[in-house]
Write a protein that binds this ligand. Sequence first.
Ligand SMILES: CCCCCCCC(=O)SCCNC(=O)CCNC(=O)[C@H](O)C(C)(C)COP(=O)(O)OP(=O)(O)OC[C@H]1O[C@@H](n2cnc3c(N)ncnc32)[C@H](O)[C@@H]1OP(=O)(O)O
Length: 254
Amino acid sequence: MLGRCAARALGALRGLREGAPPARSPGPSRRLLSSEKVSEKDHSLPKPCWSKDMRLLFDQFMKKCEDGSWIHLPSYEDIATQRSQDFSTFIHAYFPTASEQINKEKLSQGRIFTRSFEDGLGFEYVMFYNDAEKRIVCVFQGGPHLQGMPGFFHGGAIATMIDATVGMNAIVSGGIVMTANLNINFKRPIPLCSIVLINSQLDKIEGRKLLVSCNVQSVDEKILYTEATSLFIKLNPEKEFHIKELVLNSAPPA
Ligand SMILES: CCCCCCCC(=O)SCCNC(=O)CCNC(=O)[C@H](O)C(C)(C)COP(=O)(O)OP(=O)(O)OC[C@H]1O[C@@H](n2cnc3c(N)ncnc32)[C@H](O)[C@@H]1OP(=O)(O)O
């Protein structure tokens, strides 16, 4: 019951922006008009490049979202909202020296790394969050441009998706965080273009430290490909609500 309430509260956060899509119903993927920025596309909704299995898993998880125990997390190329300006300002103030070295002219070209490939060639994924269990499951379909050894995913690409998943778990659970440590055991190579599940779990919060673990498994859960543990450090203990809102409702203004 508590979980359901929390899920509703999280869902309600999404509705803060006028015109935000309903929390638990993705609806059809919105077609881009020529005047719209590319960044307005929610990449966590089904696309033609998704395989049948990926769509099937998406549908299964969306079904789990119906009672509010799971929440579908939207995902954009950029979080170009007024709130993300506040977020950037906060981050730059936290790292003033590093911030001075940022090429400000290039900032407008900034894109979230995992959303910077053409559809189907790089990272295709959708995440679902369970607030009661502090878990995120990421359904990941990697494309042919993520190759390392011939026929298998590059370890860095796997590490990227792990960081994105455990990072999202830490952010939604704890506020504004950064990865301080990521330990990965690659146990089996992952065949290129296959679909895997990344299961992450918030294990512990100790003051500003969040410990999140995860594993990467085949869809039938018979193969354990990778295991990882991570440490995230909370930058701002006071601003949890702000970042949660930003993550769950990260579309640019309509
Ligand atoms: C949107 C989708 C999600 C995407 C997620 C992607 C997230 C990322 O990739 S972030 C990018 C990669 N990470 C970075 O660049 C971070 C670089 N590191 C840093 O900036 C800093 O070290 C930072 C912010 C992590 C911590 O610095 P700071 O805030 O000054 O904390 P600091 O006081 O040093 O440490 C706080 C506590 O954590 C501990 N700690 C910090 N780092 C570590 C570490 N690597 N291992 C163990 N303990 C650590 C400290 O010992 C301290 O413990 P205690 O309170 O018990 O004394």
